[in-house]
Design a protein. Structure first.
Length: 756
């Protein structure tokens, strides 16, 4: 995106809020080339789709339809009928179809048929009149010729005053014929010339072990996120929350496209959330009382014509609150926003949010406004807390972090983990440090070797490796992927074809470990934007990302569509952190996907033990051209999913610090070996940052079917808040049970720091 002067931005915000004050929460879509804000309606013709107006000669109507003219309709006309049995047919070639029309108090029920098969009964009634609504959509058709038929049933819901059904436009996703001559480019290897130019990207030696045929991984595509999955966190046994940016997602709420939703992990149903502000590139965390906060975001987004594409409420200082939602029934779960009362002290775009040892949120870095790469003008080199704290006399205001000045330019979405001594590890660009937040002091660590940058837009990923009684809860950090591209170069000197880094770097955060420095190894494939997911077995799954280019869209040369990256990596790799160096990576038995997962993708473990993979959207708004906006969900099941697994019973809802608790376990008859109790935080995933991701093995013993387990010693080992408990035997985990770690109380509120 091209960022305009603040003045222009301000003018537009004023313009929009004046003209659309009554519905400012979501209005303000302005078509490129125009400065007139119009409704942010669901009707949208994405790149790669084609719109057919209601009066196109290709759209056929039975009798009893009339044409109505108004500038409120798409191309100023709509076809309408109240006659039972009246129908419309339209034949198209493509992979998806959308029907747009009006809803209102006199509208009735239609049946939608695809290729002669009834797909859905669509109720077009709404209490207030709404134009340009998406009434039906299906994006999962096999490429080819299809016919959509819309029939007025003559039926209506009880309080409707009529049986009207309208057709305003039909939008077809053109798609393309998947031909065998055009297979996904797997196992991309940087060309030799590039390897020579950057030895740290040298083609690695791959150690693939051979797994027995019974150890089958499976990959299944099932479900559709409805809103693009930019940010995701598992909130309960049954649901994950998905947060996107303001864009033309197919899922709608209150007559406009939704940009957040709750996804049912069991039924795959999605329910939109009502968001006010633009959550584009926000971060998030659970607090110690189980409330989730979603922090930061985007102001108005503009395009090159200076038109505001999305003029919703400015989200830069937003703190959005999602109270605990633990039951299957999610009807009352909603995102709460009150921008005049609850907000950050400074604007942040691309900030990392971390739950620290006292159960509050540390909000790290970010940029003062949207743009592409960070710089000294836009940088927000500070941390602040939620609830606010008084650190070194800050009195709730942001505390400066020199580290975030020294790590410009590629330092957005820092990688951060709360350490078992309560301090915080932070990596940004090529650097790392340990931050003692209580005394506000930084301890710099050795630089990441070989010039590899690990944070946006040279995005790698990072994890805190499992903390176990065996390693005496000694913290070790793993950073993987990223890029060696020079972060002072302008976009026109960076290419989507620049090789990503295959490097993983590990360091033990003890005096000896720091003296020994980063230990380097190579992934089988280079990746920018990888997602690293700790499985309940303690092994790490690396998925998603691209072998070339960098994060973001619309900034570099050789963009693919708008993507700054190319050559998606389709095969996951498993990393065993406990294996000897040289034998840790394996892709044996791991299935290959055919869905590119580039910028704005996610992956997480879910309570069943499966890995949910979703997202990818290197675009300003929804796009259907390569690399388009991806709504399909994939489920990667480790071999244990198909095995006889331990089952848990009577797990307490709360585990206090230093508290000993007991619960029942039934082990599979085949199980042998040690029984381990694992406490995990699945993290808040966005932009390859798995904030709060944590794996803590608790001291435990088993007697018959009774497990006795000691809660973590304190919030430094596991920051107080929600967690997931697994029992693992012979590398086979149970399903997870949600527990509250600590006393479940909210983080301490510093009255002085909030009284401003
Ligand atoms: C979309 O169409 C396909 C193919 O007919 C069908 O299997 C699928 O259920 C449809 N999805 C929806 C949401 O109607
Ligand atoms: C509509 O009316 C019918 C018949 O009176 C009733 O059985 C049904 O529950 C009503 N539906 C709704 C949604 O109110
Ligand atoms: C810093 O970034 C902003 C936003 O991308 C841009 O407008 C500005 O020109 C940049 N400043 C410098 C000095 O590069
Ligand atoms: C948890 O604490 C936060 C911050 O003080 C507060 O906003 C939220 O309402 C609390 N949640 C619950 C469930 O008490």
């Amino acid at each position: 995106m091209v960022v305009r002067s603040l003045l222009a931005l301000f003018t537009l915000v004023v313009l929009i809020s004046v003209s659309l004050a009554s519905e400012s929460a979501w209005n303000g879509h302005t078509t490129p080339g125009s400065t007139n804000p119009t409704r942010f309606s669901p009707y949208y013709v994405a790149p790669g789709t084609k719109s057919y107006d209601s009066n196109s000669p290709l759209v056929h109507y039975s009798s009893h339809w009339k044409e109505i003219f108004s500038s409120a309709y798409i191309h100023k006309s709509v076809r309408s009928t109240s006659h039972k049995g009246a129908y419309m047919t339209f034949r198209f070639t493509g992979t998806g179809v959308e029907w747009f029309g009006n809803t209102g108090g006199r509208h009735g029920i239609a049946k939608v048929y695809l290729d002669g098969k009834l797909m859905e009964r669509v109720n077009t009634w709404s209490s207030t009149t709404r134009r340009q609504q998406r009434l039906y959509w299906n994006f999962s058709l096999p490429y080819g010729k299809h016919t959509i038929k819309i029939v007025n049933t003559g039926q209506k819901q009880n309080h409707s005053k009529g049986t009207k059904v309208d057709v305003d436009a039909i939008v077809v996703t053109l798609g393309s014929n998947p031909t065998p001559s055009n297979p996904p480019q797997n196992n991309y290897v940087p060309v030799l010339q590039n390897v020579a130019a950057s030895p740290q990207n040298g083609f690695p030696s791959v150690n693939l072990d051979t797994s027995s045929p019974s150890e089958q991984w499976t990959l299944m595509q099932k479900g559709n996120t409805g809103v693009h999955a930019m940010q995701l966190a598992v909130i309960s046994d049954s649901h994950a929350i998905i947060v996107d940016k303001v864009e033309h997602n197919p899922l709608t709420v209150d007559g406009h496209p939704a940009w957040a939703a709750l996804y049912n992990l069991n039924t795959h149903a999605v329910r939109p959330l009502r968001m006010q502000s633009n959550s584009f590139c926000a971060g998030g965390t659970f607090l110690s009382n189980g409330t989730l906060i979603n922090v930061g975001g985007n102001p108005v987004v503009e395009d090159h014509t200076s038109a505001a594409d999305f003029g919703d409420v400015d989200g830069l200082q937003a703190v959005r609150i999602f109270e605990p939602c633990n039951s299957d029934n999610i009807d009352d779960c909603e995102m709460f926003e009150d921008h005049s009362r609850v907000r950050m002290a400074s604007p942040r775009w691309y900030n990392t949010v971390l739950r620290i040892s006292d159960g509050s949120a540390m909000i790290i870095g970010g940029s003062l406004k949207g743009g592409w790469i960070n710089n000294a003008t836009t940088n927000n080199p500070t941390v602040e807390y939620y609830p606010p704290k008084d650190i070194s006399g800050s009195n709730g205001m942001p505390v400066k972090l020199q580290f975030l000045v020294d790590t410009l330019n590629s330092n957005l979405f820092p990688i951060a983990f709360s350490l078992p001594d309560g301090k915080v590890f932070i990596a940004a660009n090529q650097d790392a440090m340990i931050y003692d937040w209580q005394s506000n002091t930084e301890r710099r660590l050795p630089q990441i070797p070989n010039g590899v940058r690990v944070t946006y837009p040279m995005t790698g990923t990072g994890l805190l490796l499992p903390l176990t009684p065996e390693n005496n809860y000694t913290p070790e950090i793993l950073l993987c992927g990223g890029s060696t591209v020079d972060d002072t170069k302008p976009g026109y000197e960076i290419s989507s074809q620049d090789p990503a880094s295959a490097q993983c770097s590990r360091m033990v955060l003890t005096e000896d470990g720091i003296a020994a420095g980063w230990q380097v190894e190579q992934m089988p494939q280079a990746r920018t934007m990888p997602d690293a997911v700790i499985l309940p077995t303690g092994k790490i799954l690396i998925v998603n990302g691209a072998a070339t280019g960098i994060s973001g869209y619309g900034n570099v040369i050789n963009q693919v569509g708008a993507s700054n990256a190319d050559n998606p990596v389709f095969t996951p790799v498993l990393y065993d952190p406990a294996a000897p160096a040289g034998t840790r990576f394996s892709s044996a038995g791991l299935p290959t996907s055919d869905i590119p997962r580039l910028y704005h993708s996610i992956a997480t473990v879910v309570p069943s033990g499966s890995v949910m993979i979703a997202g990818s959207n290197p675009n300003l708004d929804r796009s259907e051209i390569k690399y388009g906006t991806e709504y399909r969900v994939e489920w990667l099941d480790p071999p244990y999913m198909a095995m006889d697994r331990p089952t848990l019973d009577n797990v307490p809802e709360k585990i206090g610090f230093e508290q000993t608790v007991q619960f029942n376990v039934k082990l599979p008859s085949t199980a042998s070996g040690n029984v381990k109790v694992i406490l995990m935080d699945f993290g808040y995933v966005t932009h390859a940052v798995h904030a709060n991701s944590r794996y803590v093995e608790l001291a435990s013993s088993i007697d018959g079917g009774l497990v006795t387990v000691d809660g973590p010693t304190n919030g430094k080992i596991y920051p107080p808040g929600p967690g997931w408990l697994f029992v693992v035997v012979s590398d086979i985990p149970s399903k997870a049970v949600k527990v509250m770690v600590g006393d479940g109380r909210g983080p301490e509120v510093n009255e002085a720091a909030i009284a401003k």
